[in-house]
Design a protein around this ligand. Structure first.
Ligand SMILES: NC(=O)c1ccc[n+]([C@@H]2O[C@H](COP(=O)([O-])OP(=O)(O)OC[C@H]3O[C@@H](n4cnc5c(N)ncnc54)[C@H](O)[C@@H]3O)[C@@H](O)[C@H]2O)c1
Length: 290
């Protein structure tokens, strides 16, 4: 199904997880892909996967918290791929813990990437779409955590709830230019980001979430990529300003995360809510380069 033939997509954070799954899916559907990432190794791996479908892939080093780097990524998308029709504001991080102890830097990184990064990506992409004059499609990654939260997750939830509201305003703002903007609320998706919830250092939290997911499994990046493919494809022309949950039914299956924060081990574990310590040690210096 090559219904995106001739289109170019800018995807942030496509060096891993949902962003990578989306790059591969949109390439399968015919789009060329510009990968805007801080993790260049992951980005190059995704680019190779895209090229296996005979599509063009371009990698640009981009921290979504930097306006200059996001503007440069959008410019490179147009210069290298000739167009910018689709944007997926996917890059995101998780920082958790008790409000009593959260370092300002953790709060700020999360807001800078999950909220400001989405704003900068949508701004840069929509500016090029308007200049192109043929409309466009934008999808922003929110989370099921926009609807629910816990003693460790409140900051992440607040950024994701912000994204769900931003797309409603942007849908009105950009609709007259033929641009649709929607948000997705994934439940637990099997990516490195979610592994920290239990696999590597999160103990039983993720296992409990997966057990409670009525679908009987965690989601795969390809599940979310399929929804994104629908939202950027021809059947979703009339859809804008929506926040769509895709969670295997988890929303009504009990609290998203119940973490006993009085246990110091849990408090430390939740600090980098959703990533392993080793991965965080690799990504944090890249996040700090702006
Ligand atoms: N995995 C889940 O269960 C889940 C659930 C709900 C929402 N989400 C959201 O989906 C999105 C993708 O998550 P994922 O699970 O694929 O995570 P992931 O950690 O596997 O991938 C995120 C990618 O973003 C990149 N990135 C981080 N900070 C960046 C920055 N400042 N600039 C550019 N790139 C940056 C990382 O290098 C990484 O490659 C995130 O916004 C996340 O909050 C994930």
């Amino acid at each position: 199904m090559a219904n995106l033939e001739g289109q170019a997509a800018l995807i942030t954070g496509a060096g891993s997880g949902i962003g990578r799954g989306t790059a591969v899916r949109l390439a399968r559907d015919g789009a060329d892909i510009c990968i805007a990432e801080i993790d260049l190794d992951g980005a190059e791996e995704t680019a190779s996967m895209v090229r296996e479908f005979g599509r063009e892939a371009h990698v640009v080093r981009c921290n979504v918290a930097s306006i200059d780097q996001v503007q440069e990524a959008a410019d490179q998308c147009v210069e290298q791929l000739g167009r910018l029709d689709i944007a997926v504001a996917n890059a995101g991080i998780g920082r958790g813990g008790s409000v009593l102890e959260m370092p300002l830097k953790d709060w700020q990184d999360q807001v800078d990437i999950n909220l400001t990064g989405v704003f900068l990506t949508v701004q840069a992409a929509s500016q090029r779409m308007v200049a192109q004059g043929e409309g466009g499609r934008i999808v922003c990654l929110s989370s099921l955590a926009a609807l629910t939260t816990g003693e460790a997750f409140w900051g992440y939830s607040a950024t994701k709830a912000g994204v769900a509201m931003l797309v409603r305003g942007w849908a009105q703002d950009l609709g007259r230019h033929g641009i649709t903007v929607n948000a997705i609320g994934p439940g637990v998706i099997d990516t490195p980001l979610a592994h920290g919830l239990a696999g590597d250092n999160g103990g039983p939290i993720r296992a409990s979430l997966e057990e409670r997911t009525p679908a009987g499994r965690a989601g795969a990046p390809s599940d979310i990529a399929g929804l994104i493919a629908f939202l950027v494809g021809p059947d979703a022309e009339f859809m804008s300003g929506s926040y769509i949950v895709m969670d295997g039914g988890l929303r009504d299956a009990g609290p998203l995360v119940g973490t006993d924060m009085s246990d110091p081990a849990n408090a430390e574990r939740m600090r980098h809510v959703q990533t392993s310590e080793e991965r965080n040690a690799r990504l944090q210096p890249l996040i700090d380069q702006r």
